[in-house]
Design a protein around this ligand. Structure first.
Ligand code: CO
Length: 134
């Protein structure tokens, strides 16, 4: 059976990247590893690694993406938790068999080559969960 290996990152949706970095980077002192635009996801993303995991700050760059709508509806705050799995396709079929609702039917591949997919909060007790295979 496919296995969860670690918490890869925790993602926070933000409405002001510099203001958020003033807390996470400057006040908490977590090093900013990377700040980049992700046009495929209509967002700008900051990665702040902490001992094998990361805090990921996500700023929507358009008004009509899923994450922009989420921000408009709920305001800034926790967005998702990402779990690393050893076999994402296997885990997705396993979850489907258990009646868990998935947002992505197939794993998607990011610009960095990682495979990812989201599980619907309806099946998780209200938490958006991302799966990653590196
Ligand atoms: Co993520």
């Amino acid at each position: 059976m496919p296995k969860i290996k670690s918490v890869n990152h925790v993602a926070v949706v933000v409405d002001d990247m510099q203001k958020s970095l003033a807390f996470w980077r400057d006040a908490l002192g977590i090093e900013l590893h990377e700040l980049r635009d992700v046009p495929a996801e209509n967002s700008q993303v900051a990665f702040l690694p902490i001992a094998g995991a990361e805090v990921e700050l996500v700023l929507p760059t358009t008004d009509d993406s899923g994450i922009a709508k989420y921000l408009a509806k709920r305001g800034p705050g926790m967005h998702h938790i990402c779990l690393e799995v050893d076999d994402i396709a296997g885990m997705m079929s396993h979850l489907k068999l258990k009646g868990i609702r998935l947002i992505n039917e197939q794993p998607r591949t990011g610009a960095d080559g990682k495979q990812y997919a989201f599980i619907h909060p309806e099946s998780t007790g209200g938490v958006l969960v991302e799966l990653y295979q590196i």
